[in-house]
Design a protein around this ligand. Sequence first.
Ligand code: TYM
Length: 331
Amino acid sequence: MEKQIVFSGVQPSGNLTLGNYIGAIKNWIKLQDEYDCNFSVVNLHAITVPQVPANLRKNTLEVLAIYLAAGLDPEKSDIFIQSHVPEHLELSWILNSISYMGQLGRMTQYKEKSQKSEENLNAALFTYPVLMAADILIYGTDLVPVGEDQKQHLELARDLADRFNNKYSETFVVPEPLIQKEGARIMSLQDPTKKMSKSDENENGYILILDDRDTIIRKVKRAVTDSIGIVQYTDEQPGVKNLLNIYSVLTDRPVEEIVKDYEGKGYGDFKGDLAIVIADYLEPVRDRYEEIIKDKEYLESVYKTGAENARKKARKMLSKVQRKVGFIPMI
Ligand code: TYM
């Protein structure tokens, strides 16, 4: 039986957070044996907001090194930089032709980002989810492991697959999102009603995968909780709930069991232990990262092989799509 296909990616827009790790990358690692996996550093998406070119270059390699440090294995998965597979862009243009302005305008991420930059709103920000659909559909992807915030974009990818299939005959697989229950939405440590994000102005709101031990411990100890003072898992205590989610995911233990451990204890004990859990979890990742990021030759060989393999797969689907749309093949 043929393996099912997985695609996912992270933008190289600065340092990655514990949210990216728990919501996405951590879940990719265990898929590698069972699925035909494709993981990309999506630098084309990153330029939908202003970037300093030197930083974009640096961040792209940094994300690649984090993928590898976290346990993505180039022997098992195709790991590549999005701009090295230009077929994504060609498919994206074709998908633009069946995308509705109205639907794109309703995307939450677009609405949020466009409010922040009303003056020179760029067109790529608007068509961003169409490129994301192309990333996914070009591999015949069955499963897309992402955090909760990408669900709406996934819906669009499914709609476009359906619409194309109906218009031109069966071509694309309609992909399913793979969103873990706990950890799908890690919240800011300073404002648990907002998702943890690297663009947060308050750096105590997020933990970076590459934060050192002391920084992690300090940030967790400062995490906002409440005045109830009991470690329990309820919507009335969003701060504590978020910390319990992180605790549970990183220790692979059910929330109820952790809650029991802290019966009769205060937030100080709970946060102190959680800080150690996070620091211990990320330390080996950071150590491996430090080694990998120094080895430019290795990084190059990974992204080159990854892109070569990915292109072969992408070209096949693209030719099929071009034929169906009515483009004349050159040979
Ligand atoms: P990006 O770069 O914003 O985030 C990468 C992944 O991290 C997840 N994530 C979170 N999960 C839980 N809690 C959080 N606080 C949190 N913050 C981020 C995201 O859900 C995502 O899975 N458009 C995508 C990148 C992309 C993509 C794709 C993803 C481009 N093409 C094709 C999947 C398939 C994005 O901006 O993710």
